[in-house]
Design a binder for this molecule. Sequence first.
Ligand code: ADP
Length: 705
Amino acid sequence: RGCSKLKLPEHVREYLDRKGIWELFPPQREAVEKGLFDDENLLIAAPTASGKTLLAEMRALHELIESHGETRVVYVVPFRALAREKYEELTNVIEFCREKGLEPTIEISTGDVRRPIRELRPGITVTTAEKLDASLRSRPSLVEEVDLLVLDEVHIVGDRNRGATYEALIALVRTFREKVSLLALSATVGNAEELADWLDATPVISDWRPVKLEHRIVEVPSASEKDAKVRKLIRKCLREGGQALVFLYSRRRAMTEAKNLSRTVSGLLSEDEKKELRTLAERVSELGEGEETEILAYAVMRGVAFHHAGLTAEQRALVEDAFREGLLKVVVSTPTLAAGVNLPARYVIIKDFGMRLGNEIKPTKNEFKQMAGRAGRPGYDDMGLVFVLTTSNWKELAEEYVHSEADPVQSRIWVSGPQLRRFLLGLVAAGFCRQIADVMRVALNTFMSSVNIRPEDAVLSSLKMLVDWGFLEELEGELTATKVGHAVSQSYLTPDSAKFLLRCMEEVGTEENVVLPSITLCPDFQPAPISSKSRELSTLDAFMGGSPSIEADEVLELAVEEFGYDDWELERRLAWAEALSDWVSGSPDRSILRKYDLYPGDLYRAKDDAAWIAWGMSRLARAAGITWRSPLLSRRLEYGVPKEALELTEVEGVGRTLAMRLYRAGYHSVRDLAEATVPELTRVRGIGEQLARKILESARRLTGT
Ligand code: ADP
């Protein structure tokens, strides 16, 4: 028995027994030998499915048991999508402790930065880097509550979009909580030792995989032959009892591919599977609307799904679970899936190597490794097969990728200006740093500094900008945040966006038709793909002329001045302003999705982001003494209803669709609902007896009748 040779604490052994784990994987053994249970800081760099999460479970369990349930473990993930999976795994740890009579708890706290984490309770908190970072601004003392910090997917520090915040957070916690113990988990990267050095951690570096990988580079001369090849591979894979992941570069292509492959797959399904899939397809339809959802349901019924950021969170979870259970046979995805979720499959087919959106853009090496690394289901497959379909031009590069080492992680912090400025402002505003020297001390704890790039210049020039923008004041090296600076910091907007938003409010106004385009034109709003089918847009002028509800001219000029957007960028940001204007007017999801050619997931994420920015703006306005003329806009963005119907969403069971229907049916307040009867309510479309009762009960509770 592999576990017995190692010195494992008794409770850990028992925990593993219960999980049916009899032997540790090689990287796990190495981690134990290097001090997993002796408070060592460790960095584990190893492929997916090599058992890193289990290491975190064991470490957390050990520290919790040793501390009689008092340790506070913070498990940080870089993406929200990962949190749920980790939360579920770690729940086992907490349950185990509770059986031993201890009382730690587990919490998951992701998303909305408007509701910060208030305290870290004994037990485990699963959170995102952003959420923890934002929370530290209103509750700086949280940092002293972190006992064990688990950094999942720490290689994301090198990610262009999210890296800077993750890196800054790590530097902050390590500066102000010296006693913290650290477990960092990383994919295999080119410079794991450097990362470990930075974190003062002992490195455990391994390329061991539970299932061997085999790569096959397949040259296909034409698109139609490529399609035929994929179909053939899928048939072979399914006949062998396996599942397949197909990677493509655009969402639209992923959707079309899923639809096409569903014809191939449906012929290979059993009657039982078909029945289960029909139920699954119905649930997919319930969780979203629009053309994309219809196509997803169509494909799911036939054993295939597409998966990308445009799906709603619930749809994604459904697809992921059904694939893990083996019910879905094929998932077609953009590379986002490879970066995020743990979904192995026997075959991985990289269909468009060397192509991206029709242009010849190669994937990055790490993107490639992430995709390929999904091949092989531990415990089910003896071998994971990776098929790289490519043309003769790209064949050599494909070979090179297969045989090369992973890229090194590079720090992004000094090149991500807005994030850096948000970080620095936060340090001062939350009271972590008073002197420029204190700020430098934190800066020296970033990864960038640890690899010998001096942060001084970047820090000083960023601080100067914050002073120039009126967010900080400096007197002989002593820094203080201004009133507005505090508001910026607490809103978690980047100072760059905040500066622009303040200008919009001061120079143009704070009415809704100004605020909406201000929101979508600030860089903190990240516009997903959008188009406007309703009007033929050819030029920006035509666009502007066609949007009476949007007061965009002046805001637009400011945006160009601040950020130098080109016409294309302006168009899509303004299209979002319009889509959100429809959203807060209560127009049905289906018609918004169709009008702007949107995926539901993108719409919901955009309205959430907009709700956050609107909330931030109202705080900025208050701090700057500007009259805020869009009261309730943030909540309306959240719920997607006009002012009149907002009150109705307070009632349990009433979402935007029902709120609009009830409003149109003459129910204009919670009181109106409280005074209704069940038969009256069931006359409204979509309300059955059960729901009617729930609505009445809730409305009566709210009005105290
Ligand atoms: P990673 O976090 O590296 O992706 P996980 O910890 O999620 O890997 O492990 C992948 C799968 O392998 C999980 O289902 C886990 O329960 C299982 N596993 C981990 N360690 C072992 C082990 N020593 N023996 C058997 N199964 C294991």
